[in-house]
Design a protein around this ligand. Structure first.
Ligand code: BES
Ligand code: ZN
Length: 444
């Protein structure tokens, strides 16, 4: 019989890169594999087409008197470039030093497969689950979950649940049980600055025409003031101050400044003054440049004024900031600061709101109890800076809160070359699933 680890290796082999149209067939094949796997362990499962990549829904045989747990995960992955930096081929899962090296190992295949494995074990051992389970596995999380909210709206009755469990977040450190009770939201946009109608000789015209690359850089630099605050008018209007209890709780965690330095390798930290590194990463809004381009990128020099330059921005948001409104404020800021000597074109991208829940709610306590039982230590309560856009929609459309019980470690290298997941955490994820379903049944 195949072990859960062997099965996970099969799942990891699909290059299910959602952002790349050439991989649409691989994304669909991955969904088919999940449907077959869910059916083989005794769940009813269907692949649902959307205007984008498919959604997989799998259910245990419903028992009317038991609470229903929705388990959300995503089987799409990020692109693998720069591919030369990988020590093992990105879609050939390889076991080295107790870690599974593969794109998607942590984000998110290994993590939702631990839930599926836990359910499979319980069904095999007991013939039933202590709760009703619905798996909701999507193929578009890494591109903003654009089609999932309409899917939730259209299938709300079918997805009705009491609580949602999601393992797509991180742990503070190996063996430290971590409950994430908040995520930042996100708004993306891209802008292009255009000047001359063709690339120009920078000696012949330089000094008399604006350089779009320089203007793009100035616009990017205009996003922050000297103290690291975002300079967009209205950006902080809806932002509420951090709660005193959160600041105190996080101040008691191991040194966040040192951890951030060690994990990232930066020579010094940077950011909004008045807040600790963890506060800035988890609970303060930001503006980032994710990509910038224009002009000559090859070897040596080329004396050119490029006709255009491009910048990709994203903003991380906190509760009550409206992602679409932030895009409007950002666009107004960029238009206002773009000089007459250039023309700016702004393309809004995907958005998703922030999320926060009460870690001391009855289900929050169930999650903490499950973490305690799995790791034999008191759970740490944190918020995280990453985004899972659908989590707030689950709240708004289905009325369910999400227990964020992720097992990513700080050195899992999600989204980067050499993504990896420890076998230890894969196995902990299986135990965590069993503990969580039992705790929810006990309280439900
Ligand atoms: N798993 C991450 C989100 C995450 C990472 C949460 C670390 C907490 C800690 C997820 O797959 C992700 O990468 N989300 C994207 C969403 C975006 C593309 C809409 C993100 O945060 O950039
Ligand atoms: Zn991700």
């Amino acid at each position: 019989m195949m072990s859960h680890l062997d099965e996970l290796f099969e799942l990891l082999c699909f290059p299910s890169i959602s952002t790349d149209r050439r991989h649409a067939g691989d994304v669909a094949a991955c969904a088919d594999w999940l449907v077959a796997k869910c059916r083989s362990i005794g769940l009813s499962a269907e692949k649902h087409a959307t205007p984008g990549h498919p959604v997989v829904v799998a259910k245990s045989a419903p028992k009317p008197d038991r609470p229903t747990v929705l388990i959300y995960g995503h089987y799409d992955v990020q692109p693998v470039d720069p591919v030369a930096e990988w020590r093992t081929p990105p879609f050939e899962p390889t076991l080295i030093d107790g870690r599974i090296w593969c794109r998607g190992a942590t984000d998110n295949k290994g993590q939702h497969y631990a839930h599926l494995s836990g359910v499979a074990d319980t069904l095999a051992a007991d013939g039933e689950l202590p709760v009703n389970v619905i798996f909701l596995l999507e193929g578009e999380e890494e591109i903003g979950s654009l089609n999932l909210t309409p899917f939730l709206e259209a299938n709300a009755a079918d997805l009705k649940a009491d609580i949602c469990a999601v393992s797509d977040t991180g742990m503070l450190a190996p063996g430290i049980p971590t409950l994430t009770y908040g995520l930042r939201g996100i708004s993306c946009l891209e802008f292009t600055v255009r000047g001359p109608s063709l690339d120009l000789h920078s000696g012949v015209y330089g000094g008399a025409v604006a350089n779009p690359a320089l203007i793009a850089a100035r616009l990017a630099a205009s996003l922050h003031d000297e103290s690291g605050r975002v300079r967009i008018a209205g950006f902080y209007d809806a932002v509420e101050p951090l709660e005193a209890w959160e600041r105190e709780m996080w101040a008691r965690l191991p040194d966040g400044e040192a951890a951030t330095m060690a994990e990232t390798g930066v020579p010094a930290l940077w950011g909004e003054s008045g807040y600790s590194a963890l506060e800035r990463r988890w609970a303060r809004p930001t503006a980032e440049v994710n990509g910038i381009g224009g002009g000559y990128q090859g070897e040596g020099s080329k004396t050119v004024i490029p006709r255009e330059a491009m910048v990709k921005l994203s903003f991380r948001l906190v509760p009550r900031q409206d992602p679409d409104e932030i895009l409007e404020l950002a666009a107004a800021h960029l238009r206002k600061h773009c000089p007459e000597s250039c023309v700016i074109e702004i393309e809004p991208g995907h958005t998703g709101p922030a999320y926060v829940m009460d870690p001391h709610s009855p289900y929050g306590e169930a999650a903490q109890a499950a973490l305690r039982a799995t790791f034999h230590d008191e759970p740490r309560l944190i918020r995280e800076g990453g985004s899972i856009p659908i989590i707030q929609s689950l709240k708004e459309v289905l009325g369910v809160d999400s227990l964020l019980l992720g097992l990513a470690l700080p050195d899992c290298q999600i989204h980067a070359p050499n993504e990896n997941f420890t076998v230890e955490n894969f196995e902990a994820g299986i135990r965590l699933n069993r503990a969580l379903l039992a705790e929810i049944a006990r309280r439900g």
